[in-house]
Write a protein that binds this ligand. Structure first.
Ligand code: NAD
Ligand code: GLY
Length: 356
């Protein structure tokens, strides 16, 4: 099994990758200093697909295993469900060395990480991501949290996992629309950091969408190593980590304006990336070719590129609500070239001038 390390001193951890490797998880976890009681947080859909294998692997490795299911969906990434999970952990007599496994997509990963960060002032947790978005982004870097009624991810903590364990074969059962949505984040890494990855995507997009495991494993590993480097440099998002927000300022505004109902996150980010590239072009930061390559790849992936129509003042208000806004300016990420971005402090009004 391949491995890369997220190097964060005493908070360092490995990311293990492979195909059809879920049954090896127990053996790997045995190498950690956890107690024998281990919880698996998951949802019914993911449990149906993978819980038996993961549970069996842990039992074979000598653990007492406690599966804990929460309903599927973003609605469960809440303080209410956090509290239900605390109750469960108390009743199971989990101690400070009991680990939690987050088996699922970003929703399961974020809430499990948050519960782990706060229960008994911090217990270990392991990310076993089963969506493309979670494998390339949310499982790495320690952003944990839940939503507040006034906004997404408003409550949370930076808390790193002890291990990220990726089986790319889990993506075979992922609905195509979820896979394509995750692909937006993969394209993002190409734009912000890695022109070779972008070229690889341009050359092999159909193989990747067709789930050719060799290509999938290669791009997932590449994205994880980029994310690891960024997090190593800036764990708590005081600087370079913000480049991961490329396309997200407008993407979040689109999600908020459409009540999180019309677009998947990756779809909104895809439109946000095309719009950010257009802004970069109009501001003279990149040339036509860069804009054209970004838009074409996103279109070829089957992602949307057109900004939904809302009055400009509604876009301005939505951008201003973004929690990353500081002193009336947003740290907007512009594309200079494929593989190279820069920051510009822009007021929401300045951004809106270029919308449409
Ligand atoms: P998700 O967790 O809701 O999963 C999407 C759907 O796929 C769900 O219905 C899930 O049950 C199903 N599913 C998961 N794995 C499957 C599989 N292998 N086969 C079949 N179905 C499967 O969505 P997501 O896109 O993975 O994550 C979105 C969440 O991630 C959001 O809450 C977002 O805020 C968060 N996020 C966090 C970070 C971070 O750094 N922590 C980064 C990006 C996004
Ligand atoms: N998903 C953005 C980050 O982890 O910073």
């Amino acid at each position: 099994m391949d491995k890369i390390t997220v190097d964060l001193g005493n908070r360092s951890y490995p990311i293990c990758f492979g195909y059809n490797n879920l049954s090896e998880l127990g053996k790997i976890i045995r190498g950690f200093d956890f107690s024998d009681r281990i919880g698996i947080v998951t949802n019914p859909e993911v449990a149906r697909l993978f819980l038996n294998t993961v549970e069996g692997s842990l039992r074979d490795a000598g653990f007492s295993v406690f599966p804990i299911e929460i309903p599927d969906g973003e609605g469960c990434k809440s303080l209410e469900w956090t509290s239900i999970l605390y109750d469960k952990l108390v009743s199971l007599k989990m101690d400070r060395k009991s680990a939690l496994i987050a088996l699922g997509g970003g929703v399961i990963g974020d809430i499990t990480g948050f519960v782990a960060a706060t229960f008994l002032r911090g217990i270990p947790y392991i990310q076993v991501p089963t969506t493309l978005l979670a494998q390339v982004d949310s499982s790495i870097g320690g952003k944990t949290g839940v939503n507040h009624s006034k906004g997404k991810n408003l409550i949370g903590a930076f808390y790193q996992p002890s291990l990220v364990f990726i089986d790319v074969d889990t993506l075979k059962t992922l609905p195509k629309s979820e896979f394509i949505s995750g692909l937006a984040e993969v394209i993002k890494y190409g734009i912000i950091w890695d022109s070779d990855l972008f070229k690889d995507l341009e050359d092999n997009l159909e193989r990747i969408i067709g789930l050719d495991r060799k290509y999938i494993l290669r791009i997932v590993k590449r994205c994880c190593s980029i994310k690891a480097k960024i997090v190593e440099e800036d764990e708590k998002e005081n600087g370079v980590r913000s480049i991961l927000n490329f396309g997200h300022t407008i993407g979040h505004a689109i999600e908020a304006l459409t009540d999180y109902k019309s677009y998947k996150h990756g779809e909104a980010v895809a439109i946000g990336m095309v719009t950010a590239a257009l802004l970069s072009l109009k501001m003279g930061v990149c040339n036509e070719d860069v804009f054209h390559r970004v838009k074409t790849l996103i279109q070829r992936a089957g992602l949307p590129t057109d900004l939904p129509e809302f009055p400009k003042d509604e876009y301005i208000s939505a951008i201003e609500l973004d929690k990353k806004m500081r002193s009336d300016k947003v740290k907007f990420v512009l594309a200079e070239d494929i593989g190279c971005v820069k920051f510009a402090d822009l007021a929401a009004e300045d951004i809106s001038k270029y919308l449409g």
